[in-house]
Design a protein around this ligand. Structure first.
Ligand code: NAD
Ligand code: UD1
Length: 340
């Protein structure tokens, strides 16, 4: 059993990781500033897990608060989810993204170093890849993110690579997520997006629940299986378990691990629409719209390095991704007051 600090642990992916960490017997402490999540998620984490993680409302940019936390608590490792993630917002407010995601991470690593905590798992993204030599992305492909959000992720990767170069005691895992979707099978926790919905799965879930009229399918003239965009969707529970696998791998080695967390296969938008319609028992209305600027036709992960280095691969398929999302959507609709 280890004691783990989870930054961003009340968020979508973080809350699922907290459940998996506690299920594996770890002691978990969550730090989050609640800018994109609510504390009540921990009540539901406690319902699932039978125990509640400790919590402190902390902004990772606040070195004073972090120093106090590290003076009062001891941790073996940090899983660092805290960050802002909306691509469009990052284009409109780049300084906010560099301050929150990059300066915040630097403050966290600085305070970790002072406290002698040198093991970190970082949430990176497939967004860091540039023009791909093939549709199946490998970790050694060139990086060249095209928006401030993606650049903030690559900058933090670079910071950690340099930190580990300068001090050989650091153990770093840079996990490049593909498209996280789904929810805990209990239906008690899941993605609770704020504001404008940009991503396919949350949009589709709200169309199915009748909150939104229809899904716009962005383009059906791509060179893909049915003309619609293809992505590597990964169930959030599989993704959460990837963090446990990374922690175990870091127990055996120092230095930096950079791995893709994806399923290694893609689904088209229409395949996702069909699977979601099956899951919710009614057709999801959609119309074909124009391509969304900036979208690639198709990409998915080469997950072989994650299997080799972490002994991890995805186990949950498209039916679980859609079925669990639908269960969560129904819980969220029935408990809107708790989420408001
Ligand atoms: P989320 O918004 O649900 O969770 C992020 C959490 O971090 C939120 O609870 C938020 O309140 C907190 N936070 C943000 N800034 C903070 C700060 N300065 N101090 C303390 N807490 C702060 O997002 P998520 O989908 O769970 O993503 C988790 C991480 O994974 C993020 O770093 C994100 O960039 C990365 N990621 C997400 C995706 C995705 O599609 N969801 C894909 C690739 C990478
Ligand atoms: C987006 C982000 C990426 C982030 C990822 C997280 C951009 C440019 N990229 O990726 O940085 O890591 O989310 O999951 O925003 N689609 C529709 N209709 C919709 C919404 C989406 O047809 O209403 C299509 C898209 O064209 C795409 C696929 O569904 O082919 C997936 O889109 P989305 O869920 O937004 O993810 P990405 O664009 O892959």
């Amino acid at each position: 059993m280890r004691r783990i600090l989870v930054t961003g642990g009340t968020g979508y992916i973080g809350s699922h990781a907290v459940v998996e960490l506690m299920a594996a017997g770890h002691d978990v402490f969550v730090a989050d500033n609640l800018c994109n999540s609510k504390l009540s998620v921990l009540d539901r984490v406690a319902r699932i897990s039978g125990r509640r993680p400790e919590f402190a409302q902390i902004d990772i940019r606040d070195r004073g608060a972090l120093r106090k936390l590290f003076a009062a608590q001891s941790f073996d490792a940090v899983i660092h989810f805290a960050g802002l993630k909306a691509v469009g917002e990052s284009v409109a407010k780049p300084l906010l993204y560099f301050d929150n995601n990059v300066s915040g991470s630097v403050a966290l690593f600085e305070c970790m170093q002072e406290a002698g905590i040198k093991t970190v798992v970082f949430s990176s993204s497939a967004t860091v890849y540039g023009e791909p030599p093939s549709v199946q992305f490998r970790e050694d492909f060139p990086t060249a993110p095209v928006n401030p959000y993606g650049r903030s992720k690559l900058m933090v990767e670079d910071v950690l690579r340099d930190v580990a170069k300068g001090d050989s005691e650091w153990r770093v895992a840079l996990l490049r997520y593909f498209n996280p979707v789904g929810a805990h099978p209990s239906g008690l926790i899941g993605e609770d997006p704020n504001g404008v919905l940009n991503n396919l799965m949350p949009y589709m879930a709200q169309v199915a629940s009748g909150k939104l009229k229809e899904l716009s399918v962005f383009g059906n003239d791509y060179p893909t299986i049915d003309g619609t965009g293809v992505r590597d969707y990964i169930h959030v529970v599989d993704l959460a378990r990837g963090h446990l696998a990374a922690l175990s791998a870091l127990g055996k080695q120092t230095g930096v691990l950079t791995v893709n967390l994806g399923a290694g296969r893609g689904y088209s938008v229409l395949e996702m629409v069909n699977a979601f319609s099956e899951a919710c028992g009614k057709p999801v209305p959609y119309r074909i719209a124009g391509r969304r600027p900036g979208d690639l036709a198709e990409y998915f992960a080469d997950p072989s390095l994650a299997h080799q280095l972490l002994g991890w691969r995805t186990q949950l398929g498209i039916d679980a991704m859609c079925g669990d999302t639908w269960r969560w959507q129904q819980w969220a609709a029935a408990n809107a007051a708790e989420l408001a």
